[in-house]
Write a new protein. Sequence first.
Length: 171
Amino acid sequence: MGGTSLTAVIRRLRPADIPPVSEIFGWYAQHTVVTFEESPRPGQEWAELSVLLADLGLPFLVAELDGSVAGYAYAGPWRRKPAYRHTVEDSVFVAPALTGRGIGRQLLSELLAACGTAGVRQMIAVIADTGDPASIGLHSAFGFTAAGRLKAVGYKHGRWVDTVLMQRPVR
């Protein structure tokens, strides 16, 4: 992990990207607390999510490196109530072997730009406080500010985990 920065091609998700996206997420679900999911999502759920986001005009992006998916990012509805329709929650995941090499930064940059084009007003980040400052640092670098902390709201791998809420205007 870490090392020389890499430059990925950031593009829209394609159906063929679903298996590697599922694999990346599955690793985090099984081995970390950065997601409160405890098991991988089936490919069908990823396909349904991609259709939902497309129907809402929201981006689902992948980072492609040497022809392989190196990470992904999407913006999903913050809440399903109509008044929240201009607010999204981001999700950014990088293949475990490629973290710390700038791919997350590239994904978040393009995600913010795509959300601006889609008419999004606010983006929320819900970050599991694992003691590793990487996600908070990434979001801070893009102008996200602390909006709150939810204490001991997730229990995974034998421990209680806080979440940090961060927010930034998109446009």
